[in-house]
Ligand binder design. Structure first.
Ligand SMILES: [Ca+2]
Ligand SMILES: [Ca+2]
Length: 434
């Protein structure tokens, strides 16, 4: 540029001196002018070449740019975008890419449930799959958790049951006791303000119930709670719910033991609370007592018995040739057993054994049997060892009832019948399982 300006000034000087009709002072001579013209021509030629090169370079760059732009649009299809999605109230949105094939997920805060689509996918057409997601409060009352006419009050993440009179518990599932006033089963909680916050509490044996504004301390029905949860029975017999606690009771003729839950039969015979007469024997039973006075069989033919003790009859000596007398029971013994109802079976109730008389060889074989009706197969008799048999109860007996079963034991020696002994067993089955 500087050169061009210099040449421009020089050219002006040259032109101002022509036509050379009049010689002017300061003009160059002809030879010098021709030299300058040649220089100018060379300069312009150089400029022309330089300019042409620049144009060519520019053209090439534009072509390259055109090719690359054309290629770019061919390789990458047009990106589609889906509209933005809002974060649902009480929920969260996971994912923030809104271009095609990207997913956005929605979750709700605890206590709220999602309505609409939990996952939405941006489709190539620029639309989301599914429908708008929103979080609504879970209605814990929807499953009707309150029983016995209780009114369900829904709250965030929880519910409370407002129970009608005579019902209590979290689900109004426990009946109240009518012999106690409602007031004593429902008490006002004790509340205190600590640092602007109200703190309420219930006495032991009570639990907080009702709404937070209208809370009440309801008695815990320990009897129901322990019965429902399949836990060990709180009481052996009956549980009575009382405000703030419970107590166990026992059936008549039983006493509550010191553990507060167990019942034990009162032994009326030992404590002389019976009314048996002088000839009778008092037999203690579960829940009562029995007065017994077993009698020997009436004389029959040549066979007669004599009572040798309150519970034993012995046959009088038989005439030598009386086969029936010899085959009748030589001894009859009476046994009284007191059993709880529905005793777990099988259980051995009674054992009978033989013993050789002094100076005489004993039997070498014993046979046992149940005499008469077998009480519908409730019992079996079996040998337990060489000289002993046992009576086994094989079916539970439900009380209260009295069951009699006679067991006989026949003695043999050298396969010859020697004697028979009968045990008359009387079972007093209690009304209770203890
Ligand atoms: Ca209670
Ligand atoms: Ca008793």
């Amino acid at each position: 540029m500087v050169a061009a300006v210099q040449h421009g000034v020089f050219l002006y000087l040259v032109l101002s001196c022509f036509p050379p009709s009049h010689a002017a002072q300061g003009c160059l001579n002809k030879q010098k002018v021709l030299t300058v013209i040649r220089q100018m021509q060379q300069f312009l030629k150089g400029q022309e070449t330089h300019f042409t090169d620049g144009i060519r370079t520019m053209k090439a760059k534009l072509s390259a740019l055109q090719i690359s732009v054309t290629k770019l649009t061919a390789d990458q299809p047009s990106v589609t975008w889906c509209p933005s999605l809002e974060i649902p109230k009480h929920g969260k949105k996971l994912g923030s890419r809104y271009s095609a094939d990207h997913e956005v997920h929605f979750v709700c805060l605890p206590g709220y449930q999602l309505i609409g689509s939990s996952t939405r996918v941006c489709q190539p057409n620029g639309r989301w799959t599914g429908v708008n997601a929103s979080c609504t409060e879970i209605n814990e009352c929807a499953s009707n958790p309150c029983q016995n006419g209780g009114i369900c009050v829904d709250a965030v993440n929880q519910y409370t049951c407002t129970c009608p009179n005579n019902w209590m518990g979290r689900h109004c599932q426990y009946p109240g006791q009518t012999e106690w006033s409602d007031l004593s089963f429902n008490r006002k909680p004790r509340c205190a303000k600590v640092e602007r916050t109200q703190h309420c509490s219930c006495d032991a044996g009570f639990h907080m119930s009702g709404s937070s504004e209208n809370s009440v301390c309801q008695d815990v029905n320990e009897c129901e709670v322990f019965q429902l949860d399949g836990l060990a029975k709180l009481c052996m017999y009956t549980c009575v719910n009382i405000p703030g606690s419970y107590r166990c009771t026992c059936p008549p003729a039983y006493k509550l033991l010191n553990d507060g839950r167990s019942c034990a039969d009162v032994d009326e015979c030992a404590t002389l609370q019976h009314n048996c007469t002088a000839g009778e024997t008092c037999i203690n039973t579960g829940g009562g007592f029995q007065c017994v006075n077993p009698q020997c069989p009436e004389p029959r033919g040549n066979t007669s018995y004599v009572k040798t003790s309150p519970f034993q009859c012995e046959r009088h000596p038989c005439p030598m040739n009386s086969k029936s007398c010899h085959h009748a029971a030589k001894t009859i013994s009476f046994h009284y057993l007191s059993l709880p109802s529905k005793l777990k079976t099988p259980v051995t109730l009674f054992r009978m054994a033989t013993a050789a008389a002094p100076g005489r060889p004993g039997p070498d074989n014993l046979r046992f049997g149940i005499v008469g009706k077998n009480n519908q197969g409730q019992f079996v008799v079996q040998r337990s060892d060489r000289q002993t048999g046992e009576l086994i109860l094989v079916q539970p007996l439900k009380g209260p009832c009295t069951v009699e079963v006679d067991v006989d034991m026949s003695e043999y020696r050298d396969r010859t019948f020697q004697a028979k002994h009968v045990s008359k067993v009387t079972l007093f089955i209690s009304a209770n399982g203890f």
